[in-house]
Ligand binder design. Structure first.
Ligand code: 5AD
Length: 348
């Protein structure tokens, strides 16, 4: 096992068989060795800084029907909301005062927000807070729309591929196509965004081979950011009562990804902190270097319920930051409130 981990460190990759062997056979001792290697690389590249992004969840309307997701279109029990442009700006202003210099606008695929509306919001934020980075996470969009958002000032775009395994992708994404999702990620790269892909861990019926597919795809895409989180069952979805993804499996994959793409921006996700009270801290110890505290207005927080038991739904924005700051420093790392761009990125 140690030779395989050493090979991953030296070559920044493995073949399919080796990845499969690593994922299927790693024991506690080897996992600790993998963690040390990933932590070394992360410290070499980014020190002990943990970049901090304020996330604003501006709509939970969604036209898609991802089987695992709590805001899927068919969940008639979801209490839907939308924030106005003014409310979104207020969240950014409040975040700015707390020190945030990156804002992530995330929402379901909600046609109410036309390109015109989105562009207006991007311009307004960039005008008010020109020293901040703006990340969008709005689902799949056309090349043309994405190009317009970039030209309006958006810097980054998060679009998890969710799973690169075709059969599994089809099972969980009715009426969607893995091919067009991947194409969208390539388009984002071509336009010049810092691109975030990523995948779910522990979906019912997900296998080691499926994760290997994710790793192979990520190595090829070379995204600047990668979001990896555990699947968590949501009560009002067809996956109600299913077993959640495990911290162990997520952190193993985080460490592998850190070694494959040393400079990648890797969040310790909210979902990881939601399956386990020290999940995010574990993520950071295994190579993650980003956290994304919630900046949404408190009265909508609980409504953006992608899964059961999401943390931070009742905290004020300021509390949320203080809370994570304490946790990060307790384990020997420190919050970094700067924009935290990927090392190799410059706006085209
Ligand atoms: N459990 C964990 N993560 C989920 N997401 C959606 N539903 C769930 C769930 N039930 C993730 C998806 C999406 C991101 C915004 O939230 O990966 O890309």
């Amino acid at each position: 096992m140690k030779t395989v981990i050493d090979k991953l460190c030296d070559n920044q990759s493995l073949n399919r068989e080796e990845f499969e062997y690593l994922l299927d056979n790693i024991d506690d001792k080897s996992l600790e060795y993998l963690r040390e290697k990933a932590d070394e690389v992360r410290i070499r590249e980014y020190g002990r800084s943990v970049y901090t992004r304020g996330i604003i969840e501006f709509t939970n309307y969604c036209k898609q029907n991802c089987v695992y997701c709590g805001i899927r279109h068919d969940n008639k029990k979801a209490d839907r909301y939308r924030l106005s442009a003014e409310e979104i700006l207020d969240c950014c202003d409040a975040g700015y005062k707390l020190g945030y210099r990156t804002f992530v606008l995330q929402g379901g695929e909600d046609p109410y927000y036309t390109d015109e509306k989105i562009i207006e919001v991007i311009r307004a934020i960039k005008k008010a807070l020109p020293d901040c980075a703006l990340t969008l996470s709005l689902g799949e969009k056309s090349f043309n729309s994405l190009k317009q958002y970039y030209e309006a000032g958006a810097d980054r775009y998060l679009l998890r591929h969710e799973t690169a395994a075709l059969v599994l992708y089809k099972k969980y994404h009715p009426n969607m196509s893995l091919e067009s999702r991947k194409q969208c990620l390539w388009n984002l790269k071509k336009i010049g965004y810092q691109v975030g892909a990523g995948f779910l861990v522990g979906l019912p019926k997900q296998t080691t081979k499926d994760y290997v597919e994710d790793l192979m795809f990520l190595k090829k895409l070379q995204p600047e950011m990668i979001g990896i989180g555990p699947f968590i069952a949501h009560d009002n979805t067809p996956l109600e009562g299913e077993v959640n993804g495990s911290v162990r499996q997520v952190v193993t994959l985080l460490a592998i990804v850190r070694l494959m793409l040393p400079k990648v921006l890797l969040p310790a996700t909210t979902a990881l902190g939601s399956v386990d009270p020290i999940g995010r801290e574990q993520g950071i110890r295994f190579g993650a270097n980003v956290v994304m505290p919630n900046l949404s207005p408190t009265n909508v927080r609980a409504k953006y319920a992608l899964y059961n038991g999401k943390i931070c739904v009742s905290d004020e924005a300021a509390q949320c930051r203080k809370h994570i700051e304490g946790k990060v420093s307790d384990i020997g790392y420190s919050l970094d409130m700067s924009r935290g761009d990927h090392k190799n990125w410059r706006r085209l």
